[in-house]
Design a protein around this ligand. Structure first.
Ligand SMILES: CC(C)(COP(=O)(O)OP(=O)(O)OC[C@H]1O[C@@H](n2cnc3c(N)ncnc32)[C@H](O)[C@@H]1OP(=O)(O)O)[C@@H](O)C(=O)NCCC(=O)NCCS
Length: 152
């Protein structure tokens, strides 16, 4: 069993563990260095909210979602679930937790083509053009903006 908690600003150790998880799930498989990803993660850090899915016995972070809120807008910046825990509903729980905490916000995510079925199943729809990023194109990954439709 796991619970989802929001990390507060002082929980630096748990935040570092969550960042390690994101590095191993999101960027290391595509050959990105920790230096590059540190820049991504530390940019405007103060405005980012971290939520983690955490088990009790043993204590372990098995999933993480990072969001940024500005007024009525909410962006899902990163979402990652540990490989051995994927396809067990943890990603869905993390997203639903965030949606429930911020009802009626304008929610968007820049989704990878490899995860669009996941986003569509959760009620997100494409709301932008396909975007290429040089570091990811060579791995067959392109991005598209998806917006949440609260009416679904
Ligand atoms: C994408 C990711 C966050 C999904 O989390 P998860 O815990 O594995 O997904 P869930 O088990 O909550 O899946 C919810 C639904 O989406 C489906 N789904 C999840 N990932 C999918 C994928 N890559 N392709 C197709 N369907 C997928 C599940 O089968 C499930 O469907 P169901 O409700 O009909 O059973 C996770 O697999 C992951 O970390 N992937 C690598 C990193 C990544 O792509 N992050 C997203 C960047 S935009």
């Amino acid at each position: 069993m796991y619970k989802i908690i929001r990390l507060n600003q002082s929980e630096n150790l748990l935040k570092k563990t969550a960042q390690e998880l994101m590095y191993h799930v999101l960027w290391a498989p595509h050959g990105m260095s920790k230096v590059n990803t540190r820049e991504i993660l530390e940019k405007d850090q103060i405005n980012n909210n971290y939520y983690v899915a955490i088990t009790n016995n043993p204590v372990d972070i098995i999933g993480c979602i990072v969001t940024r809120e500005e007024g009525y807008k909410l962006e899902i910046k990163h979402l990652a679930v540990k490989e051995q825990f994927q396809r067990k509903g943890i990603g869905k729980s993390l997203v639903n937790h965030v949606l429930k905490e911020s009802p009626s916000k304008n929610v968007k995510v820049i989704a990878r083509n490899t995860s669009i079925i996941f986003w569509e199943k959760l009620g997100f729809n494409p709301c932008g053009k396909w975007i290429k990023h040089p570091l990811f194109t060579k791995h067959g990954i392109v991005f598209r903006k998806y917006c949440y439709n609260y009416n679904i």
